[in-house]
Design a protein around this ligand. Sequence first.
Ligand SMILES: [Mg+2]
Length: 378
Amino acid sequence: MSMINEIVEQLTVRHCRLPVRSRRDHGSGLVSGSVDVVILELRTSGGITGWGEASPWAVFTGTAEAAAAALQRYIAPVVLGRHIAEIPAIMTDADRTIAGHPEAKAALETALLDAVGKAAELPVWALLGGRLRSQIPLSVSLADPEFDADIDLVAKLRADGIGIVKLKTGTKEHAFDVMRLERLRKDYPGLDIRVDYNQGMEPVDALRRLRDIELFDVTFIEQPVSGAHLETMAMLAGALDTPLLADESVFSPSDMMRAAQGRICDAVSVKIMKTGGLRRGLDVSAIAASAGIAGYGGDMFESGLAHLAGTHMIAAAPNITLGCEFYQSSYYLSHDLLSQPFPVKDGYVIVPEGPGLGIDPDDEMVRQMTVSEQVIQR
Ligand SMILES: [Mg+2]
């Protein structure tokens, strides 16, 4: 079967609601009950199925409703009938058809890469130029408003071989963050601890409070202030000894260019849901590398399907050296959508070697989680 002859025949767009195990508080945004994602199923003329996921977060990038509408109404007409391997042309047309909506575009590009990989019998990382790493250190985020629940989780994580946690800070008073860091550092002296404010800090007095945080030997401090406060980020990056990581400040390659020019950070969280796909994630990573800024593999509230896409990108990205946070399929969702567990072993995500993404969703599980569905044919 030649991938050159494969044509996109049908897109199925499903809005899925995935139950989660607990509430989570962030500097901006609260999650409880369930998270909403959009699952894209692409069928080709030769019967290949490519899968992709849009995982928006309303306080960060957008909504599942908007991602579904972007795919159904605006993107489907420019994709149906196209050759699956014309990914740069299709993605360029998607950008010309609808502004923004990076999660919908990430779903589209993921589904195309999955289909091309299956047709070519190559993993997605091979389509992106090849593999630099076969496993990625896994970080698990701690954001339970009940800190005792997080203490129990950390004990389980340690038993599972996980050596990195990211504490979500800036949700309550500063003393709550200091108390939790004191406890974690005392109980686990060798643990790799990072903190993420999700923009939760007011710029005034941020430097003095972050100097308190530095006392706990954290690996990096992520996005303390609003994504728009580039000057404050630059001031903090210059003043602190601990690396400052930008997340909400950097979506696109041009954002990364501005971040490098303004020296707003020492590291950057690369997420396909911000960049609008894997190839543009690699672009962000390359610009960061050229400025001496390290990459980290971030995520949104995702199922294992989006984690797989991110995993293939990081496998091919020399500069994403700070690990990844693809923990939700294993530790946060009540049930994942994949037909096999997302591959995690001894604290590492294992990069799949099968064709395409390497694991498909489970059809029945996707059906169970679907709240609305639309099929668009050529
Ligand atoms: Mg973040």
